[in-house]
Design a protein around this ligand. Sequence first.
Ligand SMILES: Nc1ncnc2c1ncn2[C@@H]1O[C@H](COP(=O)(O)OP(=O)(O)OP(=O)(O)O)[C@@H](O)[C@H]1O
Length: 315
Amino acid sequence: MNTKIILHILLNPVAGNGKSKKAYAKLIQFLKQKKIEYSTHSSSYSGNLTDIAQKYGNSLHSKNEILLVIGGDGSLNEVVNGIKRSQHPDTAIAYLPAGSGNDFARAAGLTNNPYKLVNQLLQNYPAQQVDCGFFVDNDIKNEPIYFINNFGIGLDAYIVNRSNSHSLKKKLNKINFGNLVYVSNIFNALIKQNTFSVTVRANEKEYKYDNVYFTTTTNHPYFGGGVAILPKANIYSHVLDTVVVQKPNFIKFIKLFTKLIKDGSHVNDPLFHYIEAQEIHIKTNIPEYSQIDGESGPYSKYDITFKIDYFNLRK
Ligand SMILES: Nc1ncnc2c1ncn2[C@@H]1O[C@H](COP(=O)(O)OP(=O)(O)OP(=O)(O)O)[C@@H](O)[C@H]1O
């Protein structure tokens, strides 16, 4: 049954190197055609969507009002953090993926077609609880920090940090050559990333790994824009998975990479480990880069506890 809805759109105008603006334009055209009421709040700076979402979650809204995010994983992350910190942390979120990687949308099987999404929202299906992870960083006001995809330390974080800070990428993005810098950063990271030691505590057991290339604590299979690092993970499992990959030699790396792309059998390799739990504690021995949902995190040693939580998603 179609109901009357009012959309409150939270737009990241720079996501997906312009994709979000195009998706927004299509959406607005359709909303006007269908005579659907809407308001738009565009982010003006990094982190702005968290404040806008928190404000939204602090007020009461009627059942037919829907919060809709347009952007990539970073934008959804900001909105989830804002809603979870608000007075109504159960406020449901609808999401139109329009970023570069869109890993969460891939994991949740979301449409990136604005017309399809609006038609779904008009059906007024109940919101679904989907998993997200969080950790508490004692340096940042003791507030939980939520992630929808993963928290990575080591190789993936090195690539994210180099790519996000690269001024050349910003220039090349304008002419659609930003991916060249991304690819060159991957090669650079593969050579330069050092190894470190990780201790993982979960399910009342302790696991120690040396010679670690990267570790990522993930909510679903994907990272880096569609790489299925842990195919069996899913956003309804109510557990997180910490993946630990030890550094392979060059030949082994090619083999592992082929398995990863071909059939996911990399998960059976002796250098690949994963631990599944509702609460996972990680300790590293030297400073490393980190990434949270594809955004640069701190460069430090980590002694950090990850826990599972959920947010309400309107599909
Ligand atoms: N007005 C703005 N100006 C500059 N940066 C912004 C603005 N609004 C949001 N941001 C930042 O844009 C960055 C990218 O957003 P987002 O992650 O959604 O897109 P993406 O990187 O293209 O997609 P994905 O994460 O799916 O690959 C985020 O770091 C976000 O904080």
